[in-house]
Design a protein around this ligand. Structure first.
Ligand code: DHK
Length: 143
């Protein structure tokens, strides 16, 4: 199975961005780990990051026709604001797992609401990069 790992705004800043909250790994560290975790469960993982909502929308729309069987998605702050991303996930037939490095429920109130949660198969938050591993393992197991 092919799995798409998508990261949204500001996640390119990992490693230097609020490390007490998001950890010291860079996005590249996490993406390399995702590829290895994918291999260990028989999946091919491809990773992309964008700070632009429209670019994320296009990747979601194109995922199934590009051969992906599932998406691991950290939408960053768009999680809490984007109805467009919610509608894009609802428009596709492959499963999407919502992932957050931090425990959003233990943070500011505005992070408690996810617009995308209801259209994802599940949500993982607060496990750091291990959340990506859990999501990849879950999706590979469905394939
Ligand atoms: C990442 C962000 O950029 C925040 O806007 C979210 C999420 C939380 C994370 O924990 O990975 O609120």
């Amino acid at each position: 199975m092919k799995i798409l790992v998508l990261n949204g705004p500001n996640l390119n800043r990992l490693g230097i961005r609020e490390p007490a909250i998001y950890g010291s790994d860079t996005l590249q560290d996490i993406e390399l780990a995702c590829v290895e975790w994918g291999k260990s469960v028989g999946a091919t993982v491809e990773c992309h990051q964008s700070n632009r909502e429209g670019v994320l929308l296009d990747w979601i729309h194109e995922a199934e026709s590009s051969g992906f069987g599932g998406i691991v998605f950290n939408a960053g702050a768009y999680t809490h604001t984007s109805i467009a991303l919610r509608d894009a996930i609802a428009s596709i037939d492959i499963p999407v797992v919502e992932v957050h490095l931090s425990n959003t429920q233990a943070r500011e109130r505005f992070r408690h609401r996810s617009h995308i949660a209801a259209v994802c198969v599940g949500q993982i938050a607060g496990l750091g990069k291990e959340g990506y591993r859990a999501a990849i393992t879950f999706l590979a197991g469905r394939g």
